[in-house]
Design a protein around this ligand. Structure first.
Ligand code: AHM
Ligand code: MG
Length: 347
């Protein structure tokens, strides 16, 4: 029986990626090795998040050594306080990625500058990541996550910042890991979206949701409504329509966790739309292009949804700086189509 086969014939994430790679013999297993180092980082963070309350890892790192080296992973920047779990997660991911021998440049939300890997350890991939997103949810045990996007670099021996500032359409793979009621890793290598769940007794991510497709239209909208008074016309109109639809359909439900990974994960599985728009106070929204907007947009498109900035397809953005932000509307195809129409009718 199918269920029995599933229980005894385990499709681990490594086996899955190796299968996919057999279609690309030129990749010679490098991607599989890179991914296994990302997976190690995710397992470490999952375990640290679980232990955090007990181990008193939670709390301010207490290090604000602004004058210390820019490479220091405990430096405070963007005016934000880093918490211990963020610092720890970042260190683990940076070390895991460097030691994979498959990366040449790393961009982390926690490091102001890009990290150029020592030439002796260089490989052809660039990884942009947010090691622990959703910091406001750490202290209360609500879901948080890691987000990553992977590019291939043309010439690993001559890598520059330009190589990192590519449009999202050049992305090779993207994913996130959610540290929630279970630990879930969602991955796309450009051939659909698959979701793996960590079996803690095995320490392995097992394929649990193959080939995820987002419902064409959803019943949920997800936005920080506290910012409503600063919204532009199309966003205000869209949210009004969610609450008071004029076409006889029932109102949509509002769900907002404040952890992008968790809000996007729900959107992917149940359908609907996630919005982090621009507003008068933050003209570019809040979320970062390279390691938040791009990976999530890549996954949405791979699942049959859309991702829009208010002006264009999100993946076609070309970031000018490492930590650039962009407004983002992503989710079910029809729901994103609606916000696109509202922006189009305004211009
Ligand atoms: P962070 O990098 O400080 O964790 O902020 C990113 C998070 C996202 O996970 C989430 O979508 C968003 O910020 C929520 O922002 P807000 O609290 O303004 O609604
Ligand atoms: Mg973040």
């Amino acid at each position: 029986h199918a269920a029995e086969a599933q229980r005894t014939d385990l499709m681990t994430i490594t086996r899955h990626v190796l299968n996919e790679q057999s279609r690309h013999p030129e990749s010679r297993g490098d991607f599989t090795i890179l991914l296994s180092h990302i997976v190690l980082g995710c397992k470490f963070v999952a375990s640290a998040v679980n232990k955090a309350g007990l181990a008193k890892l939670i709390g301010l790192a207490g290090e604000t050594n602004v004058q210390a080296s820019k490479q220091s992973t405990t430096t405070r920047f963007h005016g934000e306080e880093q918490k211990k779990l963020d610092v720890l997660s970042n260190e683990v991911f940076v070390k895991a990625l460097v030691s994979s021998g498959r990366t040449c440049v790393l961009v982390s939300e926690e490091n102001e500058e890009a990290i150029f890997v020592d030439p002796a350890l260089r490989g052809k991939y660039c990884v942009c990541f947010d090691p622990l997103d959703g910091s406001s949810n750490i202290d209360c045990g609500v879901s948080i996550g890691t987000i990553f996007g992977i590019y291939m670099i043309k010439d690993k021996d001559n890598v520059t910042l330009e190589d990192v500032l590519q449009p999202g359409t050049n992305m090779l793979a993207a994913g996130y890991c959610m540290y929630g009621s279970s630990c879930t890793l969602v991955l796309s290598t450009g051939n659909g979206v698959n979701c793996f769940t960590l079996d803690p007794s095995l320490g392995e991510f097992i394929l649990t949701h193959p080939n995820i497709k987002i419902p064409k239209k959803g019943k949920i909208y997800s936005v920080n409504e506290g910012n409503a008074r600063n919204w532009d016309g199309p966003v205000a109109k869209f949210v009004e329509k969610c609450k008071y639809p004029q076409d006889g359909s029932p109102p949509k439900s509002l769900r907002y966790i404040g952890s992008m990974v968790a809000d996007v994960h729900r959107t992917l599985l149940y359908g609907g739309i996630f919005l982090y728009p621009a507003d008068q106070k933050s003209p570019n929204g809040k979320l970062r292009v390279l390691y938040e907007v791009f990976p999530m947009s890549f996954l949405m498109e791979q699942a049959g949804g859309q991702a829009f900035t208010g002006k264009q397809r999100a993946l076609e953005l070309a970031p000018a700086k490492l930590h650039d932000r962009s407004p983002i509307f992503l989710g079910s195809y029809d729901d994103v189509e609606e916000i696109k129409a509202l922006y189009a009718s305004e211009s």
